[in-house]
Design a protein around this ligand. Structure first.
Ligand code: ADP
Ligand code: MG
Length: 641
């Protein structure tokens, strides 16, 4: 509702209810004269007192609309009388009754807050009533204005958005504390400073354009004196007063960061899927290549042929190493998590790290001993993480430097932007090398992103995959010319390791060939791999029946007369999955051993319960030699069903 109509409403209501008047007058003749004038008019109620003390006592309990005030009383004189009444009844209209020789004092009271004055002996009823009405109305509108000003001021002061009023050249005339906070100054210090000081030269044009267009929205980077930058949405309204412009700044830095992180992690997720998918198919192809190379080697006619087969196998082994890294990035690598003491892990790799970084680089290792706790992770993978980070640190310090590896417990809320509050064991790897600019930093976890002549760009992608797969978080802090710190946070699962499952490193196989005569049902939807594997197994002496998927395998199994000693099956296949096939065979042929093979270990495989299954498992690509040894081991121990 507009102010005027609000006031009109109040007055109309009041007049209908009548006005309450307090007459403060010690001259009884004057008092009688005034009340005589009031008596004739309707709608007025009055009380009359002769002393200031009486008036003050009354005002403390009763509310009046108007005070008719004589300044010279028995117990108080002149301006003092007015001032004490004003303090006691600040929201009541005051009409001063002045003696004819004291008009100057009356004028002063009007300047200080009285609504009007009347000179005694010079007014009649009409003038008195009109002055009363007028004084009341003036007081009402002053009050309404005061209240609306107080509301606006409180919005201004309490707003979480920065509000500034600037003049034409951008100099700040007034600002609230939120605006001060944005630029790192008190609001007093902000006054008189130019908006342009905080915007940076390249944004000057935006400001001028916005000012000239009268109103609008734009986005500014606001830079504090200490260099910290905040991104702000800026609303602008020109000429809210002549030569005064309003600027509202809403800080969206956090929101922008969150969006950016989300985009980043979605990108990584997508790239991860792609990498994992490619690696999976590639593994099957590698399986075929290794398989035939191995067959070639077994039947080589001379040393030259055997040498060539060796070379093919060595090359595929390298390629398999690459896909393994890709799988780790795509989080599809099989991992065997154990309760681990990170201090122990670092102990195992320190020597390797030392050799890798060389004598130019000083290695400092700090491990918290007390209360560190344990994490759940795959030791081999964590070793790989440390080695990859150390390799990068070495590359970042070509002229030597300090590499510090620290392991300590971190219990805290909001350790780093992407790390949710929790109890962690933190592994940090810090170098004082070349560092990275923000552009490089935003891409380092992408597979194949490298800034090095001979880099693969897979180191950090692998690290990222492993850490995510271990439910951990990774943060990086880097500055060009200063150095880089990678911090890894792994959930702390317990105080101590009760039973650390020691990694049983398999002894290298002694036997070159693993022959046998048993019957094997071989199921794989990759035809080439199936054929190569069958050829190898037949070469070893086994009797082999092949099936191209789960459905065909069930038919073969059901129709086969005689014993099947071993089922070798791929896990993810069209029609019936390897898992269902295994269930069927276990029911119908309890004496058959099972060996599962798979190109990846994504969620699907984990859901298939590989970890907890007693069936054997082999990750593709594998060498036939490894396959041979696993088959023999399974057949020799019999089915674990
Ligand atoms: P690569 O080491 O093969 O280049 P990475 O994935 O390990 O691949 O690293 C990707 C990129 O990240 C590097 O090329 C380098 O630009 C940057 N980087 C990683 N670690 C550091 C570090 N400690 N200091 C400076 N730059 C680094
Ligand atoms: Mg690297």
């Amino acid at each position: 509702m507009p102010l005027e109509s609000k006031i009109d409403g109040i007055i109309a209501r009041r007049q209908a209810e009548s006005l309450h008047i307090l007459l403060v007058e010690d001259n009884l003749v004057d008092a009688r004269f005034i009340t005589g004038l009031l008596k004739g008019a309707s709608g007025f109620h009055w009380r009359h007192v002769v002393q200031l003390s009486e008036a003050l006592a009354l005002l403390s309990t009763v509310r009046f609309d108007i005070i008719l005030l004589d300044l010279n009383l028995e117990d108080s004189l002149g301006y003092d009388t007015f001032s004490r009444i004003l303090t006691a009844a600040s929201s009541t209209a005051i009409l001063v009754l002045s003696a004819s020789d004291d008009e100057e004092l009356a004028i002063r009271t009007v300047r200080e807050g009285a609504q009007d004055y009347l000179v005694k002996g010079s007014f009649d009823r009409r003038l008195l009533l009109r002055s009363i009405q007028y004084a009341f109305q003036r007081k009402q509108s002053e009050e309404a204005l005061r209240q609306s000003e107080a509301t606006v001021r409180s919005i201004f002061e309490n707003s979480l958005d920065g509000i500034m009023i600037v003049e034409d050249e951008g100099f700040c005339v007034e600002a609230n504390s939120a605006a001060g906070g944005l630029v790192g100054l008190s609001r007093e210090d902000l006054r008189g400073r130019s908006l342009l000081e905080f915007l940076g030269r390249d944004q000057e044009g935006d400001w001028i354009q916005m000012r000239d267009s009268g109103s609008g929205r734009t986005r500014f980077w606001v830079r504090r004196d200490d260099g910290v930058k905040r991104l702000c949405d800026c609303g602008f309204s020109a000429h809210i007063l002549p030569g005064r412009h309003l600027i509202v700044l809403h800080d969206i830095t956090e929101q922008q960061n969150l969006e950016e992180r989300l985009r980043q992690s979605q990108k990584m997720e997508a790239v991860g899927r792609l990498a994992g998918g490619v690696a999976h198919d590639f593994n099957n192809i590698l399986g075929v290549i290794t398989g035939y190379a191995e067959l070639m080697q077994m039947t080589a006619a001379d040393a030259a042929q055997s040498f060539r087969a060796d070379k093919i196998m060595a090359a595929t082994e390298k390629a398999a190493g690459l896909t393994k890294q890709l799988l780790a990035f795509g989080r599809r690598q099989m991992m065997t998590p154990h309760p681990l003491d990170l201090g122990m892990v670092i102990g195992e790799v320190t020597n390797m790290v030392e050799v890798m970084v060389g004598a130019e680089i000083q290695l400092r290792i700090h491990v918290q001993v007390e209360d560190l706790g344990v994490v759940n992770a795959d030791q081999g993978q964590l070793e790989q993480v440390i080695l990859n980070l150390a390799a990068n640190a070495r590359d970042a310090m070509p002229n030597g430097g300090v590499l510090s590896i620290k392991i300590e417990r971190h219990t805290s809320a909001g350790i780093a932007a992407d790390v949710p509050p929790g109890d962690y064991v933190m592994l940090s790897v810090r170098d004082n090398g070349i560092g990275m600019d923000p552009e490089t930093q935003s891409r380092i976890f992408e597979p194949f992103f490298t800034t090095k002549q001979t880099g693969t760009g897979l180191g950090l992608a692998t690290v990222y995959g492993i850490i995510k797969q271990s439910n951990g978080h990774i943060a990086v802090d880097s500055e060009p010319g200063v150095g880089t710190t990678f911090s890894i946070y792994l959930p702390r699962i317990a105080e101590t390791i009760e039973d650390v499952e020691q990694k049983s490193r398999q002894a290298p196989p002694q036997r070159r060939y693993y022959n046998g005569t048993e019957t094997i049902l071989l199921v794989d939807d990759e035809e080439d791999l199936r054929n190569a594997t069958a050829e190898y197994l037949i070469g070893c002496g086994y009797k082999v029946t092949k099936a191209r998927d789960g459905k065909e395998a069930i038919e073969v199994s059901d129709g086969f007369r005689g014993e099947i000693n071993l089922l070798i099956s791929d896990i993810v296949m069209p029609n019936i999955s390897g898992r269902s096939l295994v269930d069927h065979v276990r029911k119908t042929r309890p004496d058959t051993s099972v060996l599962l093979i798979s190109g990846y270990a994504d969620d699907a495989v984990i859901r298939h319960g590989i970890y907890h299954d007693r069936a054997g498992f082999l990750q593709k690509p594998f060498t036939f030699q490894l396959l041979g040894s696993r088959i023999r081991a399974l057949l020799d121990t019999g089915p674990q069903n």
